[in-house]
Design a binder for this molecule. Sequence first.
Ligand SMILES: C[S@@+](CC[C@H](N)C(=O)[O-])C[C@H]1O[C@@H](n2cnc3c(N)ncnc32)[C@H](O)[C@@H]1O
Length: 313
Amino acid sequence: ANRLRKNWDRLSPWAQENDISCFRLYDADMPEYNLAIDIYERFVHVQEYAPPKSVDSQKASERFTTGLQVLRQLFSLERSQLFIKTRKPQKGRSQYQKKQREGKLFVVHEGGAEFLVNFTDFLDTGLFLDHRKTRARIGELARGHTFLNLYGYTGSATVYAAMHGATSTTTVDISEKYLTRTQANLSLNGYGGPLHTTICADCMQWLKSERGRYGVIFVDPPTFSNNRHRKQSFSIQDEHEELLRLAMEHLSREGILLFSTNFKKFSLAPGLLRDFGVKEITDQTLPMDFKHKGSAHRCFEFRHRNELEEDAS
Ligand SMILES: C[S@@+](CC[C@H](N)C(=O)[O-])C[C@H]1O[C@@H](n2cnc3c(N)ncnc32)[C@H](O)[C@@H]1O
């Protein structure tokens, strides 16, 4: 209870000051309470992490129950405001596979936009909170440019780009469900029509046949995925070089590509550092509610080399 109160006292003034209504309150800060707690306006979303093998599972589940009781009391939560999910590490399968039923969608706010979130069907809600600042950066960069969102998920970055004046947006994802949510998120904010395209495809395959160039590209692939549409599985460490080389072929001469990964042991291929202007910007994209652990994601900015050199001269 003390830790939660302390986190609340630290984060809620910051959130208010910055007009942030969805943020991470607690992220396994104490190893014996192995859960993540996210505030989404009047709702609280709790994910239980699977306990490490060294921890007795009976003890872990008792502590989880205690954690929930504390949370209910501290925030005087009604049943309908609390959503609880159990999360076990997945081997070889995507974490983003859907469950059978689609539950209720709620509207939450971020950066002047509205987003649909789902608290019941997926491990993730549809809005990755660690990317709040990445989305804001995309908004700043996209003004007056064409925007390409690869592995676009629910299109939250696309909404930011549209809202901040991108001339067109293209969102590519392999999941029809997520693209439907992308379209819904766009409509909710007043965007749609032929300037905002969603494409259901495997990103690597699509990049090989696409001819267009874009001013701003966001690439946020899964760490691993074994999608039924793909013959072989995808691993970010093994395939990021090929993926980013393909994506850079579609970046305009002065364009900027942002690449993000959640893979904790990620290391960028040296060939990419040699051939492109690359800057790690994780410090600028990790928000305060994810900074203490320093490892929610890593984010890199890519440009074509000749542009970078011309800039410097
Ligand atoms: C945005 S990534 C997840 C990145 C996230 N930051 C994380 O926690 O790892 C998830 C999205 O990638 C999509 N996806 C997975 N494999 C894909 C593929 N081969 N081509 C296109 N989209 C894919 C999924 O449908 C999902 O919407």
